[in-house]
Design a protein around this ligand. Structure first.
Ligand code: AMP
Ligand code: GLY
Length: 424
């Protein structure tokens, strides 16, 4: 069959790498892709949110499965676009409906869903410009630090954690009245701060049943020791050593099951990934967010640990036969280290020639922000490449990634040297 994958990051390179290993995948298109996906599939210069262009490609190339990597096209309703189009409605899209994607597209929608279905989450209230003074009064009732969340998509930047009450009030006004995050902060969720260890749970659902995928932890801050600005993620480890069977059981019964049942009760069509962000407070897992896609770079450690055929897995989601699918997982650890452009997540330069890729052994290179410039692979984003390795434990795997990163070079290249530091 011919498959189309939407997106251009390391997550999509990892999906592509796994899908082309399937005997079911005769041809893979990636839109728009990167230099990594270009080496194993055919890139097409189409934006994932340009549904008309996606439709034209799907019809022209006789594509019979569409896999959506990032959240934007999902929140804009690509699932419904296919479902409501006579010529496309028989083609499965892996990803939730527009309504389901609101779990990531609106923090308030997610909070209402969590409360309605009795899923543990931090106490909260939400405010608009008209109720900004009530918001300030609500802040006075809370203990610091204060958690302010822009309701809409803000490219991962919309959450502020502030220790000082007056500063929190100022930022609340900036968000609501001065549009700090544009329309995304026209509504703000103020949430109780949860003190504990963060972890993520990845679930794939066909809307009726589900499979829990291997656990993974990412490292969001730019600096070593988890300091400095937030990024998309600087590295990841799977499995997470401290997630034991007891904790996993709690996550499944209190969070995953009620989430999938909630989709059914609320009539939310959902055939795709659910990425549940949790904080483990004294061994009680509490939800802080839903994402409606896989994490990046978590995908680059979760997908390499799947032994099952990914295309078969996606087809069982499309056909709602996931309950009879046997998910096979590699018992080894996988780790990935992200190599970024100097300056990221603030200003950085692109177009730097990357050398040494041909010398990598015993690791998998997933391209994140790269493109081909004549014969050269050049940087084309903040996060450039991620180096994934396997090991009997995560320390062994990480060592391999670092040994291989030493063979790579580009101007102002940067990476964190302490991924996994908190797991030892
Ligand atoms: P989110 O986009 O909701 O994942 O928030 C971004 C980051 O803010 C998370 O990865 C957490 O580190 C932190 N965070 C979000 N909500 C809370 C909360 N209620 N308590 C403590 N930290 C939080
Ligand atoms: N690595 C976190 C995310 O993909 O949102």
């Amino acid at each position: 069959m011919t498959i189309l994958l939407l997106g251009s990051g390391g997550r999509e390179h990892a999906f592509a790498w796994k899908m082309i290993q399937s005997p079911l995948c005769e041809k893979l298109f990636v839109a728009p892709g990167n230099a990594g996906t270009a080496s194993i599939a055919e890139n097409v210069a189409i934006a994932p949110t340009d549904f008309e262009a996606v439709k034209a490609l799907v019809l022209k190339e006789n594509i019979s499965l569409v896999v959506v990597g990032p959240e934007d096209p999902l929140v804009k309703g690509i699932y419904d676009y296919f479902k409501n189009d006579e010529s496309l409605k028989h083609i499965p899209v892996i990803g939730p409906s527009k309504l389901g994607a609101q779990l990531e597209g609106s923090k308030e929608f997610a909070k209402e869903f969590l409360i309605k279905h009795n899923i543990p989450t931090a106490a909260y209230d939400s405010f608009t410009a008209a109720t900004v003074e009530q918001g300030c009064e609500f802040l006075e009732t809370l203990q610091p630090p204060y958690v302010l969340k822009a309701d809409g998509l803000a490219a991962g930047k919309g959450v502020l954690i502030i220790h000082d009450l007056e500063e929190a009030k100022t930022e609340l006004r900036n968000m609501l009245v001065h549009e700090k995050f544009g329309a995304a902060s026209s509504k703000v969720v103020i949430e109780e701060f949860l003190d504990g260890i963060e972890l993520s749970c990845f679930v794939l659902t066909d809307g009726k049943s589900y499979k829990i995928l291997p656990t993974a932890k990412d490292y969001k801050r730019i600096g070593e020791g988890d300091t400095g600005l937030n990024t998309g993620g600087m590295g990841a480890v799977s499995p997470v050593p401290y997630v034991d069977a007891v904790l996993m059981e709690k996550i499944e019964t209190r969070i995953v099951k009620p989430t999938i049942e909630g989709f059914q009760k609320d009539g939310i069509e959902y055939k795709g990934f659910v990425f549940i962000g949790l904080i483990n407070v004294k061994n009680e897992p509490i939800v802080i967010e839903y994402n409606v896609r896989m994490g990046d770079p978590e995908t680059e450690v979760v997908i390499p640990r799947l032994k099952s055929d990914l295309v078969e897995l996606f087809l069982s989601v499309a056909d709602q036969k996931l309950d009879s699918f046997e998910l096979e997982v590699d018992p080894r650890s996988a780790t990935t280290i992200m190599v970024v452009s100097g300056g990221y997540p603030e200003e950085f330069e692109k177009g730097k020639v990357i050398t040494g890729l041909e010398n990598i052994t015993n690791s998998i290179v997933f391209h994140a922000g790269t493109k081909l410039d004549n014969e050269n692979v050049v940087s084309n984003g903040g996060r450039v490449l991620t180096i994934t390795s396997y090991g009997d434990d995560f320390q062994q795997a990480i060592k391999k990634s670092y040994q291989n990163i030493d063979k790579l070079n580009f101007d102002k290249m940067y990476f964190r040297k302490d991924i996994g530091f908190d797991l030892i």
